[in-house]
Write a protein that binds this ligand. Structure first.
Ligand code: NOJ
Length: 742
């Protein structure tokens, strides 16, 4: 093709489908037409998602697809099977309604990125969007249309294994980063060839499982639900997420998959969501176990009443809704409404059309993106005396610990399709960088849970022969994720003992911790000189960590979740309420005084400091920043106004670096109590050594709105504290007032 022709082709490819794209009114007309022709069985088929499509496609499944028995398949079949199944649905079923194929593409498809909790520690929406874009390109290329991510459950309990899949503890941050993920998955338009539909899950409250035990009961008063747990969901709804998934949990006495209040009143009526809602895996029939539905028929009734459009895996809808409609217990209008939501999604995605729609953007270089995201997700927690970065001229390094060379563990939870052969472990990357002879490898322990001390003497020997010790600690992938709750948060197995042994060498020692959650490692921290928290960093974790250790990249991640000192402090999060007896730093032990003379009778522990080990927002760099001179453009604003808050940040270290500058506020008095701090905004700034920048935020009064005791979203007048800060525990402070609206 000549250049001119190529250009004309590109313009045509980019614009024609958009010009021809169906308008919402066209889509509604086509749906009306279909609904008139569909039998009730065909409608219920659309409302059913199955896992039963295996390779090769059985005659039974082919036949079922022809009859319109299924609207969707989950985690099923090969690319060829999906293509064939889709051909049958389009060409051989009575009405030609296409299937939608869903799959858990959680943090990458074949190219594995850091676990979502790790990605959220990047505080970098652009990076997260890129990772999701790559995942969408890889997954859509093999006929996957729909992913079950992002998971927006606010997670404040590291015992809960699914904290790994979360975007942390803060509703604002999770909303910003979740929206970036949605943009990455869904691309410019849902019907683009390389877009996949995203799914906001698990609606809602699943992360508040009592005791951190997965699937456990949740109790969240409406005030907390609205001010915290619902917020990230609303943010991604506003960002255009195509689907929602209802959760497994019992929320305030009603299973989330049968909850009219959250699913109908809030999601549909208040937020006007017109996408599709899918249940979680069997969560419709699990309403029987919850003791909310008497049997599968009752469960189907509750699910459809609440507005769950599609049932994942269990078959209560297909088996029972027909009799319920015939018996006039379920209005056919409810069924039509759900089918309409499902068909609308299929139209929006262009699944009814044969050919691809918008031309896809050129594929991003997946492994390069994975390396950038992994480096951006690591958080430097300790770096005494500038232990890091290491010099390339270093003699020998000892590489010790069970996670230095474990591809599967480094990939983390939810990697159904992860390409293991792409994974570059830290050991591989270090050998590549330094050469085999400068890397002394002694695992010490074979896995994170290994209790045997057999490998300790070899590890100590390697440490003694080295100039620096790199200790790769943490937890195996298998210890976090769904159904992986832990009652203890310490490094499992004999890892603490290994650290003690290796410390005998007296060499500069760096712990690199790979885990799916915040772990507690206070004793280890005191025995090493530096700590880099790498989460489960995905395929390119090895090179990314090596880049950071040797200063080719600088650490720029910040914690998106509070790290407790001990599991006994859990749940621990920064935006808690003040209490009537706020603690102040004081000695530990039994309080002085008595209840009648209440000295030291404050909200603290008698056996451990009440503060976290590392606060939300925390992360070191290879340089240091100083904050000063918080300024406000004016002393106050009206409830519909705004003001600017600024502060000076100076890089007073000797290297360039990124700072994630965070804006927090506190409303001192409200009609309901307000958190001691809330994140309102953040900005990443890059400063050269010695450079000073003024960082400015515009704060609108409406960003300060909260749900009050009448469940009304309102900006209440009053006094506020404001901080521009490096984390939730520090910062330069000022104050302003919000006055009543003009
Ligand atoms: C159950 C999980 O809770 C959900 O997040 C996931 O998407 C589905 N299984 C499908 O695999």
């Amino acid at each position: 093709m000549t250049t001119k022709l190529k250009l004309a082709w590109a313009i045509w490819a980019a614009w024609t489908p958009a010009l021809l794209a169906a308008t919402p009114a066209d889509i509604d007309r086509r749906i009306d037409g279909l609904l008139q022709r569909m039998t009730l069985e065909e409608k219920l088929g659309q409302m059913s998602q199955s896992t039963s499509m295996n390779t090769p496609l059985s005659d039974e499944i082919r036949d079922q697809i022809r009859k319109g028995r299924w609207g969707s398949f989950l985690n099923a079949g090969s690319a060829a099977d999906r293509a064939e199944a889709q051909r049958i649905a389009r060409k051989e079923s009575r009405l030609g309604i296409p299937l939608i194929f869903g799959r858990d593409v959680i943090h990458g498809y074949q190219t594995v990125f850091p676990i979502p909790l790790g990605q959220s520690a990047s505080w970098d929406p652009a990076l997260i969007e890129q990772a999701a874009r790559v995942a969408a390109q890889e997954a859509s290329a093999v006929g996957i249309h729909w992913t079950f991510a992002p998971m927006l459950d606010i997670a404040r309990d590291p015992r809960w294994g699914r904290i790994a899949e979360s975007l942390g503890e803060d509703p604002y941050l999770a909303g910003v980063l979740g929206s970036a993920m949605v943009r990455g998955f869904q691309g410019k338009s849902l019907d683009a060839r390389d877009s996949i539909a995203a799914c906001a899950k698990h609606y809602v409250g699943y992360g508040a499982a009592e005791g951190g035990r997965d699937y456990n009961t949740t109790w969240i008063p409406e005030l907390l639900l609205r001010n915290v747990y619902l917020r990230p969901f609303q943010a991604v709804k506003d960002a255009g997420v195509a689907t929602f998934m209802s959760g497994f949990n019992d929320l305030n006495g009603i299973p989330a998959s049968g909850d009219v209040f959250t699913l109908r009143d809030v999601l549909r009526n208040e937020w006007k969501f017109d996408g599709m809602v899918v249940s979680d895996y069997n969560s419709i029939t699990e309403m029987i176990n919850h003791g909310y539905a008497a049997d599968a028929s009752d469960a189907a009734f509750e699910g459809v009443r609440a507005g769950v459009d599609m049932e994942m895996v269990s078959t209560a809808y297909y088996d029972h809704l027909k009799s319920l409609v015939d018996a006039r217990k379920v209005d056919i209008k409810l069924i039509d409404e759900s089918v309409r939501n499902i068909l609308r999604l299929k139209f929006r995605m262009g699944l009814f059309d044969d050919g691809p729609s918008l031309a896809g953007a050129p594929a991003l270089s997946a492994l390069d993106v994975a390396r950038k995201v992994a480096a951006g997700s690591c958080v430097l927690l300790k770096n005494d005396g500038g232990t890091l970065p290491l010099l390339n001229s270093i003699g020998k390094v000892a590489v010790i610990g069970p996670l230095a060379d474990s591809p599967v563990d480094q990939m983390g939870t939810w990697t159904l399709d992860g390409r293991r052969e792409d994974v570059r472990t830290p050991l591989m990357a270090l050998r590549e960088r330094l050469g085999e002879t400068r890397v002394l490898r002694a695992a010490g322990l074979n896995t994170s849970r290994d209790m045997s001390h057999d490998g300790f003497s070899a590890a100590l020997e390697a440490a003694r022969a080295s100039d620096a010790v790199l200790l790769f600690l943490g937890e195996e992938a298998n210890l976090s994720g769904e159904a992986r709750a832990r009652a203890f948060l310490d490094l499992p197995g004999a890892q603490e003992a290994l650290v003690e042994e290796v410390a005998k060498a007296g060499k500069p020692t760096i712990a690199i911790i790979m885990a799916g959650r915040p772990l507690t490692f206070h004793n280890v921290a005191s025995k090493v000189n530096a700590i880099l928290y790498a989460w489960h960093p995905g395929a390119m974790g090895g090179p990314a960590i090596a880049d950071l250790l040797f200063g080719d990249a600088a650490p720029k991640g910040r914690l998106s979740v509070t790290f407790p000192r001990t599991v006994g402090q859990v749940p621990l999060y920064y935006d808690h309420m003040s209490t009537g007896r706020p603690p102040s730093p004081s000695t530990l032990g039994i309080p002085a005084g008595s209840p009648l003379d209440p000295k030291d009778y404050t909200s603290r522990y008698i056996d451990i400091d009440y503060t976290p080990e590392y606060p939300f927002g925390f992360g070191l760099t290879y340089t240091s920043f100083e904050y000063s001179s918080l300024r406000l453009s004016q002393p106050g604003m009206t409830a519909d106004g705004s003001l600017t808050v600024s502060a000076d940040i100076v890089n007073n270290g000797s290297r360039e670096g990124d700072e994630v500058v965070q804006l927090y506020t506190r409303q001192l008095v409200g009609s309901v109590t307000r958190p001691v701090r809330e994140l309102r905004a953040f900005q990443r700034v890059h400063l050269r050594a010695g450079e000073k920048k003024t960082v400015e935020f515009t704060l609108r009064a409406r960003d300060l709105a909260f749900y009050n005791e009448r469940m009304k979203l309102a900006v209440e007048p009053g006094a506020f504290q404001v901080w521009i800060a490096p984390d939730a525990a520090r910062g330069v402070e000022g104050g302003f007032r919000v006055t009543a609206s003009l």
